[in-house]
Design a protein around this ligand. Structure first.
Ligand SMILES: Nc1ncnc2c1ncn2[C@@H]1O[C@H](COP(=O)(O)OP(=O)(O)O)[C@@H](O)[C@H]1O
Ligand SMILES: [Mg+2]
Length: 159
């Protein structure tokens, strides 16, 4: 498996519960330094998926918020998780000023909603998850892995 290889998976999530379960699975697999970017319209299920991830990483339920007022929420679970929402940012300079970049590749895993607002926030190696409305409670999920570690993470998550 070469460094340049891009591995993708797509699937249909029929219900919020399915999305949650998939998040829990990912939460059990994340390691320090992992970076997961989440892309999708409002209501696509980005935060819903992250709540599952937090549960899977054993973050106490009371800690998990919807990051509306802060840009980054730190959670402490099996490993530290940093949950960020870039919706309100206008660009990389804004993000840099928050100190967010110091968290990337650090002792925790980073989950970022609206990565498409500031694509430069992602390190070269990362997992990119795109969610989209697919009628009613259905959502489509596309996951793209960039780099060796992310490919391993993706293939363990969605074999
Ligand atoms: N299959 C599904 N997966 C995820 N969320 C779903 C699904 N079906 C319905 N929903 C609902 O859609 C909403 C998603 O909201 P949220 O996760 O906050 O979206 P985002 O963070 O992408 O804006 C929630 O109210 C959730 O209950
Ligand atoms: Mg959200």
């Amino acid at each position: 498996m070469s460094d340049g290889e891009l591995v993708t998976r797509t699937l249909l999530l029929a219900s919020p519960e399915e999305t949650h379960r998939l998040g829990v699975r990912l939460g059990g697999l994340l390691e320090p330094g992992d970076f997961v970017g989440l892309i999708g319209d409002l209501g696509a299920g980005k935060t819903h998926l992250v709540r599952g991830v937090a549960e899977g990483a054993h973050v106490p339920r009371s800690e998990v918020a919807s990051p509306t007022f802060a840009i980054v929420y730190p959670y402490s679970g099996r490993i530290p998780l940093y949950h960020a929402d870039l919706y309100r940012l206008t660009g990389y300079d804004d993000l840099y000023a928050t100190g967010f970049m110091d968290l990337v590749g650090g002792e925790g895993a980073v989950l970022v909603e609206w990565l498409d607002r500031v694509p430069e926030a992602a390190p070269t190696e990362h997992l990119r998850v795109t969610l989209a409305h697919a009628g009613g409670d259905a959502r489509s999920l596309k996951a793209e892995a960039y780099g060796v570690r992310s490919v391993a993470l993706l293939t363990a998550w969605l074999p």
